[in-house]
Design a protein around this ligand. Sequence first.
Ligand code: FES
Ligand code: FES
Length: 154
Amino acid sequence: MAESGGTLRVDGAVVPAGPPGATLLDALRATGNTAPKGACRRGECGACTVLVGDRAVMSCTMLAALVTDEVTTAAGLGEAGADLCAAFADHAAFQCGFCTPGQVVRAEAVLRERVDRSRDEIVREMSGNVCRCTGYRQIVDAVCAVASSRRELR
Ligand code: FES
Ligand code: FES
């Protein structure tokens, strides 16, 4: 269950978990955190993706009251996601940017789990995050570039 008093730990701060029945997405947005986006609101697009612990979840599908681990949004990745943000910019991996916070969070989870990934694996792991603008190739290029650079740093 959420912490006593109905709170969540988000991006290093304690915030309200919202009313009973609130989704994690709605609880986050109610705090003014606009990184996770509400688009489909039924687990189909990935725009609302955040980290719960090290796991990427679609926050529109999760009740805030059930979240016990630290939540990290794209706004809270900080240095951990700086290379991904730079790579998305370098590879022109966004246009309108609506999907980008969710894409970056998903990529961070994928590479935290295992950085030794083929391009095909990265395509598969990123496939739940929809982008209506880029055609995906640039997004995969950016994630592959970061995977490569993180492997070299090990
Ligand atoms: S808004 Fe959550 S998956 Fe689309
Ligand atoms: S950059 Fe517009 S939806 Fe992905």
